[in-house]
Design a protein around this ligand. Structure first.
Ligand code: DGL
Length: 260
């Protein structure tokens, strides 16, 4: 099949199960499309590794999806891999539409009333030049409290409820006061695709007045726009999803059953 044919699949990858939060939105927006999801769990987490490692993994995974599955588009369902490698992937795979994800700082600006926004992300995302440029572009318009969440993606990956609770409460406490009163953080950006799977715990900690912002829906709409522009949108038939893991396949199957 030609990689640009509407019937070719869309490749989606993350360091692990986090990108399922993006796949969920993609399937809702593009119900006729076929997806191949790759969890690079054998090499996760990415967020506490150096940039060179993440770039190398992102290239290997993208090439595998293109060579073995003839994908017509690629969604990098990982903030850390997008920050480190989206520009290189676009150079290495010319002609392939590529959509990345980034922490939703701009959408958060439109939501905040107190002018204080919390951002949870991996250490590598927050340290990246790409995030630095994004932050520089908006920091005069609100106060952003940035919090690296070491271990949280890994705890979600392992379905370790006690560790998820402990880490969420440590990182939310570190952000400071939350709520709708002046000076409190009223908007919380989930800048890692794993974190929507701790949504309930985070919402309970910050209180009902705080808006949690994720990136699945805008990423799905952007994917639709790129496919339309390339003339490769599939609009007929039932879509499908298949799953590959470079690590523990049962863990991925469990997460798919739980979250999709
Ligand atoms: N889910 C990823 C992200 O969006 C990375 C988590 C990790 O591997 O550390 O940043």
């Amino acid at each position: 099949m030609s990689p640009t044919a509407p019937a070719a699949p869309i490749g989606v990858f993350d360091s692990g199960v986090g990108g399922l939060s993006i796949l969920r939105a993609l399937r809702a927006e593009l119900p006729a499309e076929d997806f191949v999801y790759l969890a690079d769990s054998g090499f996760a987490p990415y967020g506490e590794r150096d940039e060179e490692f993440v770039v190398e993994r992102a290239l290997a995974v993208a090439q595998r999806l293109r060579n073995e599955h003839a994908i017509k588009a690629l969604v990098i369902a990982c903030n850390t891999a997008t920050a480190a490698a989206v520009h290189l992937l676009r150079e290495e795979l010319p002609g392939l539409p590529i959509v990345g994800v980034e922490p939703a700082l701009k959408p958060a600006l439109a939501l905040t009333r107190t002018g204080r926004i919390g951002v949870l992300a991996t250490r590598a995302t927050l340290a990246s030049a790409k995030f630095g440029a994004l932050h520089d572009g908006v920091r005069s318009q609100a106060e952003f409290a940035l919090q690296a969440c070491d271990g949280l993606a890994d705890a979600i990956e392992s379905h370790d409820a006690a560790r998820i609770d402990a880490l969420c409460s440590r990182y939310i406490r570190a952000l400071g006061r939350t709520g709708s009163t002046p000076g409190a953080i009223d908007t919380l950006v989930l800048g890692c695709t794993h974190y929507p799977f701790a949504h309930l715990q985070l919402q309970a900690l910050v209180g009902p007045a705080v808006r949690l912002v994720e990136t699945g829906e805008p990423v799905a709409r952007q994917t639709r726009r790129l496919l339309e522009a390339a003339g490769s949108l599939k609009t007929q038939g039932d879509g499908s999803a298949s799953f590959i893991s470079t690590g523990d396949a049962t863990r991925l199957a469990h997460a798919v059953a739980l979250w999709l």
